[in-house]
Design a binder for this molecule. Structure first.
Ligand code: IVH
Length: 663
């Protein structure tokens, strides 16, 4: 090993840090990353004279983000060192025994949540600030976004201390992640690699309204300064936090152990339960139970000595790519897919993995015939992590076809856009098929009996040519379809009928307008109020809606100026589809209708989200800052500067009791 090789290794780690922490698009598995860091640590130990002061082995590299206020942590937020084998855990345990000078070191074991760390400050029981880890010393103020987490109280239960700082992990539940990625895929947007990236990315959204739609969740597991709480042991922290109504691990997800055997038993039990958990974990964390020992044990590099992560074996496997095929999506985007020799990994057999796009294939140098490492992350679709170059022999490079494999049309590339598209929007059978499956999907018209296989048969039988044909299906048509009996016909027709009663955002989404996912559809529906109102919005008006980007605005206008689309919408309405606008479902004529509210301080009876929903349901709007245009400021406990501003401007302030009366 020479110094140059060490510097190259550091550069490589820094590059992957950028992918992971800044761009939220990791290119290698956590395991591979940890191996690189371990290698660097080893070299730095052998050659301390080479070690860089800003080496990634010593610093947390997550960065702060533009657009957020930066806040210095009172107590540094650190990282954990990782172990992957029983031997490594045993080494750690022995080190603890030696450093503490005792034979038995009781530990607390917890799930290692695979999310993003946050520090939350409660003053007199009121949530006043939430900050990301950042570089460990300074993080981003993400209070507004964290306040959208439904399970997190804005006001603590019971008698809270004057000040309580809580550490925890924000995560995106697996089902929310899958739905989000599906929506992104349909809208032709880049996908999140895993729920961790999705959680981290969502937390950095500049609009908390959009963040609220990401349905993030949190589990709190620590107090950086436990002295005030008069706690002695880490495993008592969970019950302590729970008392205040904070979301914590369930009792079976943390425990005490005195021996290594008990630690491994807990790890085994959790690893077996892992696939059933509603969120992602990547191991367990082992913490010295005596809190007073934490300070004594101190820190190495960027991690405390008192805790260590024991990570599960990655859900990876090795197999061969025997072909690369191309899938055509609803909006015509061509996605290369690796056809694999079937292999069993993490509970199921896998025979395909997405390769995302040409650039991804180039970057990883993936070829047909290669032996590859595949990984099953949080996503349903497994991915190719890397090629085992040592096993490469006679593999064939792959090229994106010049013609759409479904309709033969020449594909198009937009400059600067990684996507390759089939432009044959109206006739490409693959796009057509996907439009149907998208239209009926759960988040859209929700016609659950109309699965992809049935759609395929109906298209083949000539019964489905355009979307409105779904509402023209009748008993006679379906009797001709193989496998359809009286009961399944009844089910299908009644679920089609039921779907007619829908909402405007769902209907908008179902139309499959490029770049208009569920979140954007919701915002546009809110602005346009009725379908006619939505169709009348011009590009400028659309762009002015907070959270609607230029691409979505353009694509909306394009969609609704196309006569074919207008005809389709009219047909759907004629056939009985009734997209209810929210305005109608609002309690019409309510005192809140059209009024703008600002919330400040903690409410007794409602979370902030609940109060927001109640106002919106009654036609009111929420704004984050007080101005002359504000109609009401709802003032809770310990209000912030918004209260003072409201008084200065003479804006009407409501107490919780007055608000309740008006409700
Ligand atoms: S304790 C560093 N406990 O893992 C010591 N961390 O790799 C304080 N994490 O930044 C952290 N589950 O985001 C702790 N039960 C748990 C955890 C946990 C997940 C995360 C946390 C931390 C990262 C370190």
């Amino acid at each position: 090993m020479n110094k140059q090789a060490y510097l190259e290794l550091i550069e490589k780690i820094n590059k992957h840090n950028q992918y992971y922490f800044v761009e939220n698009t990791p290119q290698i598995s956590d395991y591979e990353y940890d191996q690189l860091v371990k290698e660097a640590e080893k070299i730095e130990k052998e050659h301390p004279e080479w070690a860089l002061k800003n080496s990634p082995t010593k610093n947390v590299v997550e960065k702060t983000t533009k657009g957020f206020k930066h806040v210095r942590h009172k107590v540094r937020m650190m990282s954990l060192s990782n172990t992957y084998s029983e031997e490594e855990v045993e080494d750690w345990s022995k080190r603890m025994q030696k450093l503490l000078g005792c034979e038995k070191v009781p530990v607390c074991m917890e799930l290692k949540m695979d999310g993003t760390a946050v520090s939350i400050l409660y003053e007199k029981g009121i949530l006043v600030r939430a900050v990301t880890r950042g570089d460990g010393t300074t993080g981003d103020d993400v209070t507004q976004n964290v306040m959208t987490i439904k399970s997190l109280p804005l006001k603590l239960k019971g008698i809270a201390p004057d000040e309580l700082e809580v550490r925890g992990e924000i995560f995106m539940p697996k089902t929310v992640f899958k739905a989000l990625n599906k929506e992104k895929e349909e809208a032709g947007e880049d996908l999140y690699a895993n729920p961790r990236n999705a959680a981290a990315g969502s937390l950095k959204l500049l609009d908390s309204k959009l963040c609220a739609k990401r349905k993030l969740d949190i589990i709190c597991y620590g107090i950086p300064d436990p002295r005030g709480a008069k706690l002695k042991l880490q495993h008592e922290v969970h019950a302590y936090l729970k008392k205040f109504g904070l979301p914590v691990f369930s009792e079976k997800h943390y425990g005490k152990a005195d021996t290594l055997a008990d630690i491994f038993k807990f790890a085994d039990k959790i690893e077996k339960e892992r696939p059933q958990l509603t969120y992602e974990i990547d191991g367990i964390v082992i913490k010295v139970d005596q809190l007073k020992d934490h300070d004594r044990l101190g820190v190495t590099g960027k991690s405390p000595r008192w805790a260590v992560a024991y990570k599960f074996a990655p859900e990876q496997a090795i197999t061969k790519i025997h072909d690369i095929t191309v899938q055509v999506g609803r909006t015509g985007v061509l996605t290369p897919v690796a056809e694999l020799d079937p292999i069993f990994v993490a509970g199921s057999t896998i025979s395909r993995a997405t390769l995302h796009n040409e650039q991804e294939i180039e970057r990883k140098d993936i070829r047909i015939g290669d032996t590859v490492i595949i990984e099953k992350g949080g996503d349903v679709i497994p991915k190719v992590v890397s090629v085992m170059m040592s096993k490469r022999s006679g593999s064939k490079p792959w090229k994106m076809p010049a013609k759409c494999p479904a309709c033969g049309e020449h594909v198009e590339r937009t400059i600067g856009n990684v996507a390759v598209r089939c432009p044959n929007t109206n006739e490409c059978p693959a796009q057509n098929f996907r439009r149907f499956t998208f239209f009926v999907s759960k988040g859209a018209m929700d016609i659950d009996s109309l699965g992809p296989k049935v759609i395929e048969k109906l298209i083949d039988g000539g019964f489905l040519q355009s979307i409105p044909d779904i509402y023209r299906l009748c008993e006679d048509d379906l009797e001709n379809i193989e496998g359809f009996k009286e009961k399944s016909i009844d089910n299908l027709l009644s679920s089609i009928e039921k779907s007619k009663d829908t909402t405007l955002p769902r209907f908008l989404l179902a139309l499959g307008i490029k770049h208009v996912g569920a979140g954007v559809a919701d915002l546009i529906a809110e602005e346009g109020k009725t379908l006619d109102g939505v169709m009348d919005l011009d590009e400028d008006e659309l762009c002015e809606i907070e959270g609607v980007g230029e691409k979505a605005a353009k694509s909306m206008v394009e969609f609704f100026t196309d006569k074919k689309h207008i005809k389709e919408v009219e047909e759907l309405l004629k056939l009985g589809v009734k997209p209810k606008s929210r305005a109608k479902s609002k309690k019409a004529g309510h005192a809140f209708d059209g009024k703008t509210f600002v919330l400040t301080g903690g409410l007794e009876g409602y979370t902030r989200q609940e109060a927001t929903d109640l106002i919106k349901e009654r036609g009111g709007k929420i704004s984050s800052s007080v101005s002359k245009k504000t109609d009401y400021v709802l003032v809770g406990d310990e209000p912030g500067s918004k209260y003072a501003k409201a008084q200065k401007l003479g804006v009407k302030c409501l107490t919780e009791a007055q608000f309740e009366k008006l409700l």
